[in-house]
Design a protein around this ligand. Structure first.
Ligand code: PHE
Length: 332
């Protein structure tokens, strides 16, 4: 019987070593050590043996079981290491920046959206302007007709920067301060778009980011009407998304426009995407920038680029746009 146990054990060890996957090993484990195994069969036969022989067989069985358990554990460790190596190999990312003869990555989804929109607006005769992300209170609020104690200041959850006087320097909460900079520097006619990064002290979720991007559009000229505003919004909507898309305006309030509206885009399937705000530039804002509101009028609109780009590409969680996972980024 001792001979049989040895033979069974070495055959079992051969099976263990031959297992080529963790699943197969689990099966072999049950087969050679489980209730229905040959080892368990020998144990059942021990009852009929003389005490001396029984002791010997018992010792041999314990030894065999210990040896097999060790063999299974060693094989499991080896297979797990191989599986991990194979997974790492399969998911391997090449993070070298420049490789001879190959493109070194591509622009981020939001940057692509900015460039495409700039092309649309440049095609309509607009210029592109930029401004600083760290702004002063004048450009971000006061010149935009936010009264000092006006509740509208609370519409924007502001990050204040510890520079200058109390609450004097902010991370810009919107791209509208760039309107002010353009009007301060340049006399009408003004036809400009102003893309850029903006900051709001908000909790992030699938539809809100604390750091995101807007595009602002400003027109100041003689005889500009609300019709020009609505027409321009509709024109860029169709140019960016396609002819099946339309837009609508809903009455709203912003301190720097009067009248003001929110604008939504309608997808070809009839559903709506709330996108941004707009209106006729408030006469106080023109005056703050040295432009005579009796002579000139203008419109402005601004909207979130991240939401726009996400919608076009079927991204349902805006937080993905801040992800550094190449597997996400490579899709666009
Ligand atoms: N700046 C506004 C916002 O961020 C949007 C807006 C821009 C509204 C221009 C009117 C005119 O909510």
């Amino acid at each position: 019987m001792i001979e049989d146990i040895r033979a069974t054990t070495s055959e079992a060890e051969r099976l263990v070593d031959a297992a080529s996957t963790l699943d197969e090993l689990a099966r072999v484990d049950r087969e050679v050590l489980g209730k229905g195994s040959a080892l368990t069969g020998f144990k059942r036969q021990m009852g009929g043996l003389e005490p001396d022989a029984r002791r010997e067989v018992g010792a041999a069985l314990n030894e065999a079981r210990a040896a097999l358990e060790a063999a299974v554990a060693a094989r499991r460790a080896a297979l797990a290491a191989t599986a991990q190596r194979e997974q790492a190999e399969a998911e391997r990312l090449d993070l070298t920046e420049v490789r001879a003869g190959r493109d070194a990555g591509h622009l981020h989804l939001v940057t692509q959206a900015i460039e495409e929109l700039e092309d649309v607006f440049v095609g309509l005769g607009f210029t592109v302007a930029e401004g600083p992300e760290v702004e002063d209170d004048w450009h971000n609020f006061t010149a935009l007709n936010f009264g000092e104690y006006h509740p509208a200041r609370d519409m924007q959850d502001t990050f204040f920067v510890g520079l200058g006087g109390d609450r004097e320097v902010v991370m810009r909460t919107h791209t509208s301060p760039v309107q002010i900079r353009v009007m301060e520097e340049q006399a009408p006619p003004i036809y400009s778009v102003m893309p850029g990064r903006v900051y709001r002290n908000e909790a992030t979720d699938a539809t809100h980011l604390a750091v995101f991007h807007q595009l602002e559009c400003l027109v100041v000229d003689r005889g500009i009407t609300f019709g020009h505003l609505a027409g321009t919004i509709d024109r860029f909507t169709k140019a960016y998304f396609g002819p099946g898309w339309t837009s609508r305006l809903r009455p709203s309030y912003f301190p720097f426009t009067e009248p003001s509206a929110e604008f939504d885009l309608q997808r070809p399937d009839g559903t709506w995407l709330e996108l941004g705000g707009c209106g006729m530039v408030h006469p106080n804002v023109l005056a703050n920038c040295g432009i005579d509101p009796e002579e000139f009028s203008g419109f402005a609109f601004g909207f979130g680029l991240d939401r726009l780009a996400a919608t076009r590409h079927g991204v349902t969680d805006l937080r993905e746009l801040a992800s550094t996972d190449i597997r996400f980024l490579e899709q666009f």
